[in-house]
Structures are given as structure tokens and as C-alpha cells.
Design a protein around this ligand. Structure first.
Ligand code: SAM
Length: 259
């Protein structure tokens, strides 16, 4: 099967070949008849087959024209594939109902995909992704951990994150150099921020993580920094709630000047 298409490294084409892992993923995602599913990068259809057997409400987004043709031929046109870069596709134009996103993601666009999910959080039910293990460890990590960063905060503010399994490079063709993890993100019912605070807080988080080794007071412009709790610490030492408290204190006093 894999001989038909020469994998392109630039598109992160490492196809899942281990059937045991494929079945495990099918069990985890547990697609139902009335689910609306967007699959990112269906490739040669490792996970697609099971989704199509469960629901008719399926749209795949595949950048490689060779693979969208392959899938259309394989499923005799009974499949809807958008042959486009996922980052250019407007998800809200695909389904009017809340949808689930599934994808074994090309690792070089993981951050952009997470940001896209954040932007689309009110329309999505959940997302199940396979990404590089280190990346998943990073978005799940807690304050005090050296990989806790901007993306961990962004992701944890909006989503509940759950990791199911780590997957060996041996499960793919060709074998990547890194381990992968399969995990889900589900939009939180209630987040710690008010709608009106979101944009300002995300900019604040970006600023305070900009220079990781610097204390927060040296990453932003504030006069009278001795008035504020935690401003002498580095961003990665603060819990998300402490970051929010500091952001609110600075904002309320009119002391926060953002770039
Ligand atoms: N889902 C298949 C599997 O599990 O075997 C393929 C996974 S492979 C890691 C990533 C897939 O995403 C490839 O089919 C690749 O062509 C596609 N892809 C890469 N960049 C993309 C992009 N920007 N938009 C949509 N699809 C993309």
C-alpha cells in the first residue's frame, strides 16, 4: 500500500501502519453516528476508514493532491476531501453543528493547529490529536516545570487536556525520529477569564514569557514594581491563577503598558 505514494518529508508524512495502534485510536475516539468530524491530514486513510464507517458527516482536509486523489479513488467519491492547507480552511464554513476534530498532525504545524483550535473553541466539541511527545508534554506541563511556557498557558486556559498513549516511531512508515502522543483537548465550560480580558491576558502571557530567564518586572513596563505580588519571579514560576491575579492588579492600577 505504501509503495504507491512516495512520502514527502516536508508534509510530515509518517503514515500509521501498526493496526493495533490504529484500533486503539479508534476505540479512544469512539465516533458516533451523529458526530460531525473534521479530519486533518487523512493521508492514506489509516484512521479515516473507521470514521467513515461510523458517520456520514465527515470532511477530510489534506494538502497533498496525490493523497486526496488516492482517498477519492479508494472510497469511490463517497468521501469529502478538501485539498487545501488546513491553516487556510475556515472551519466554521464546513459544519453548522459543533464538530469534532481528529488528526495525526504534521508536527511542524502543531502550534498553529492549537492556536486554530483556540480560535474555534466555541464551535468545536473536542479535538483528538497525535503530536510529537515533547510537544504534548509541554502543553500539559504545570508551573515550576522547565517546559511550562506560553503555549501551556494558552492551552490550559481554554481546554481540558488528556493524554491517552505514547506511540513508538516503529508504528509509522517511514519511522520518524521521535515518539508521539495521542491526546484530546476539550473546551472548558467555564474559563478563569472574562471574555473582555482574554486578548489582553494572552498578550500579557506572551510578553512575560518572551525572555524566559528574566523576571516578570523586566519583561513589561511598570513603575513601582514593589507594589505587586510575584512580579519579582520568572513567568514559569507562576500558576495560571497567579498570572491572572497579577494581570488584573496591573490592569486595575493602570500600570500595564503592553506593546
Ligand atoms: N492520518 C494519516 C495517518 O495517520 O497515517 C497521515 C498522517 S501524516 C503524519 C500527516 C498528513 O497531513 C499527511 O497526509 C500530509 O500530507 C498532511 N498534511 C501536511 N501538512 C498539511 C497541511 N498544512 N494541511 C493539511 N494536511 C497536511
Amino acid at each position: 500500500m505504501f509503495e504507491e505514494i512516495n512520502p514527502k518529508k516536508s508534509l510530515g508524512q509518517n503514515f500509521l501502519k501498526n493496526k493495533v495502534t490504529v484500533n486503539l485510536i479508534n476505540d479512544i475516539i469512539n465516533i458516533r453516528e451523529n458526530d460531525f468530524v473534521i479530519e486533518i491530514g487523512p493521508g492514506m486513510g489509516a484512521i479515516t476508514e473507521n470514521i467513515l464507517n461510523k458517520t456520514k458527516n465527515y470532511v477530510g482536509i489534506e494538502k497533498d493532491p496525490r493523497l486526496s486523489e488516492y482517498l477519492e479513488k479508494k472510497y469511490k467519491k463517497n468521501i469529502q476531501i478538501i485539498n487545501e492547507d488546513v491553516l487556510k480552511v475556515e472551519f466554521s464554513n464546513i459544519f453548522k453543528k459543533k464538530y469534532r476534530i481528529i488528526g495525526n498532525i504534521p508536527y511542524n504545524i502543531s502550534t498553529e493547529i492549537i492556536i486554530k483550535c483556540i480560535e474555534n473553541r466555541t464551535n468545536m466539541q473536542s479535538a483528538f490529536f497525535m503530536m510529537q511527545k515533547e510537544f504534548v508534554d509541554r502543553i500539559q506541563s504545570q508551573f515550576g516545570n522547565k517546559v511550562f511556557g506560553r503555549l501551556s498557558v494558552f492551552c490550559q486556559i481554554f481546554f481540558d487536556i488528556y493524554k491517552y498513549i505514547d506511540i513508538s516511531p516503529k508504528d509509522f512508515y517511514p519511522e520518524p525520529k521521535v515518539y508521539s502522543s495521542f491526546f484530546s483537548i476539550t473546551p472548558k465550560n467555564k474559563i478563569l477569564l472574562k471574555e473582555s480580558e482574554i486578548e489582553g491576558f494572552l498578550n500579557f502571557v506572551k510578553d512575560i514569557f518572551e525572555k524566559r530567564r528574566k523576571k516578570i518586572k523586566n519583561c513589561i513596563s511598570v513603575k513601582n514594581d514593589n507594589l505587586y505580588d510575584n512580579i519579582d519571579k520568572r513567568a514559569e514560576q507562576l500558576s495560571i491563577q497567579e498570572m491572572i491575579n497579577l494581570y488584573r492588579d496591573l490592569k486595575n492600577d493602570g500600570k500595564l503598558i503592553q506593546n
